[in-house]
Design a binder for this molecule. Structure first.
Ligand code: AR6
Length: 369
């Protein structure tokens, strides 16, 4: 942007040095406006290589540039420069704002913003590896959920409202291993399906140490997020077992992806693997709350390719989430256990009441799942 703004301002200065009456200045600025439009059109390439054809694409770079340019002009028009330059800059800015495109300050700002977004038709392709992931991330994270929807790379996303809260079921055969904490009612969900569909603040990825993608849920997440995710992941320089790192969700309906690396348990589960698996859940939740993510979904970390027995992993998952929620329930609205296999769903249905028991004296509550 600096490359584009500075020639324009140099041009303003040159024109002001060489012109006399304001009408001439105005005429020249109008010409400059045309040039500037040209600069924006020609030098603002699409963020992706292919022409965008779907309604999921947007106008990210154009929006950022339009925003920055209108802000720059606004600052200039306020004349907040130093000492003697202040008066000249203020005057220059006001003339510039009034003159470029022959519009009022307000109309100019509006025109640049909405014009950049709507009329210039510069489009983003989240399926292309071209483009600056930081710019895209900044914009996506600044949008409301509703405004972000146009960038989703998946159909049939599932909004939080469609994910029922899990309510504890009293009267199971096994005795609970935790006390009841009514503050945690409706803070949990058991969701059966694809984690890449969830429109929530953060989904957790069962990644590997490189963070550069792989199979299983990791592969599914990278496919939907698109290549910008891999670019941002590459900037994180890997992740150790049990740690967690956060990125933007890009084409995913989830705003963030929290990448954690579970233990490889193909040789059996010992204390080290248990501890590492608990750390995955704890560090993922801490990373979520550190980023003000209030809704988080977990897959069954390590229980696929990494071979952790699911009937053991479920206890580490539930115990750690229970412990974290006891201490930090005010920071989280929902923790979702996202199960992919019917056998995992069964395991969670059996074990959830042990870690999140119902009131034994109250009415029997039925899970809505
Ligand atoms: N949504 C929700 N859960 C899923 C999905 C999905 N779309 N796809 C699979 N699962 P895994 P790991 C479940 O193998 O064992 C990768 O190559 C799956 O049924 O994905 O931690 C990484 O790069 C299982 O319950 O992760 C690593 O190299 C759970 O996700 C390695 O695999 C985890 O299975 C990590 O292995």
């Amino acid at each position: 942007m600096a490359l584009q703004i500075s020639p324009l301002f140099s041009y303003f200065r040159a024109v002001l040095r060489t012109t006399g009456p304001l009408s001439c200045v105005r005429a020249d600025f109008q010409a400059t406006g045309v040039k500037f439009k040209h600069i924006l059109s020609v030098q603002s390439p699409r963020l992706g290589a292919k022409p965008a054809t779907s309604p999921h694409r947007g106008h990210i770079r154009a929006a950022i540039r339009g925003e920055k340019f209108s802000t720059a002009l606004w600052k200039l028009s306020k004349g907040n420069g130093s000492s003697s330059a202040r008066g000249r800059k203020g005057w220059l800015g006001k003339v510039a704002v009034g003159a470029v495109f022959g519009l009022s300050t307000f109309a100019l700002g509006q025109s640049l913003h909405t014009g950049a977004v709507n009329a210039m038709a510069l489009r983003v392709n989240l399926n292309s590896a071209e483009g600056n992931w930081k710019e895209i991330k900044d914009l996506l994270l600044s949008l409301s959920v509703k405004d972000r929807r146009q960038y989703y790379n998946t159909s049939n996303f599932v909004p939080l409202d469609d994910i029922p809260g899990w309510t504890p079921t009293a009267g199971g055969s096994e005795s609970p291993c935790r006390q009841r904490n009514e503050k945690l009612d409706l803070k949990l969900s058991l969701y059966s399906g694809d984690i890449t569909k969830l429109e929530i603040d953060a989904i957790v990825n069962a990644a590997n140490k490189t963070l550069l993608g792989g199979g299983g849920v990791d592969g599914a997440i990278h496919r939907v997020a698109g290549p910008m995710l891999k670019k941002e992941c590459a900037s994180l320089h890997g992740c150790e077992t049990g740690e967690a790192k956060i990125t933007c969700g890009y084409g995913l309906p989830a705003k963030y992806v929290i990448h954690t690396v579970g233990p490889i348990a193909q040789g059996g589960v010992g204390e080290e693997e248990k501890k590492a698996l608990r750390l995955c859940y704890k560090n993922s939740l801490k990373t979520a709350t550190d980023h003000a993510a209030r809704t988080v979904a977990f897959p069954c970390i390590s229980t696929g390719i990494y071979g952790y027995p699911p009937e053991q992993a479920v206890h580490e998952a539930l115990a750690t989430v229970r412990e974290y929620l006891d201490a930090h329930h005010d920071k989280l609205d929902r923790v979702i256990f996202c199960v992919f296999l019917p056998t995992d769903k069964e395991l969670y249905l059996q074990n959830l009441p042990l870690y999140f028991p119902a009131d034994p004296t109250g009415p029997t509550l039925k899970s809505k799942l």
